[in-house]
Design a binder for this molecule. Sequence first.
Ligand code: CO
Length: 171
Amino acid sequence: MAKPLGMRTYGDTVLRARSERVASIESDLAELLGDMVETMYAEGGVGLAAPQIGVSRQIAVINPEPGNEATLLKMVNPRIVAASDELEVKEEGCLSVPGIRGEIPRHAWVEIVYQNEKGVERRLRAEGLLARIVQHELDHLNGVLFIDRLSLAKRALIKPKLRNLAGGKER
Ligand code: CO
């Protein structure tokens, strides 16, 4: 039975590490993916990357329509292979950076290649909200948070909030 896991938040070093490629699809992967989906739903998110639950591996789950099995994506080793020149700016937040939102530029569409939970290679062209979530989650796998992409002015503005979030954690 899949269970929600604890959320790692800003200040936790695992969020800043580059995740390891999944070399082979082991039997524990399906369980981990199931737990990640439950965690994403429990937290009210539309995407979750493995580092957010303390697992530094290139794995992410995405669902722009939470609860709809048809739109659920489970991705292993995802990478962007093509992206639009056009950027779109929209507001984003992150389960690992609670209480902070900001306008972030992202490619309007991206094409990605990933493996599904059975290790089968998939190609996906995403646009709109899905493209935004994909780029946000792939950033996590490289140790990048959405706040890194905020304007300098906005970043200066949220500095005290970030300091609070990180407070008491080992850096
Ligand atoms: Co996030």
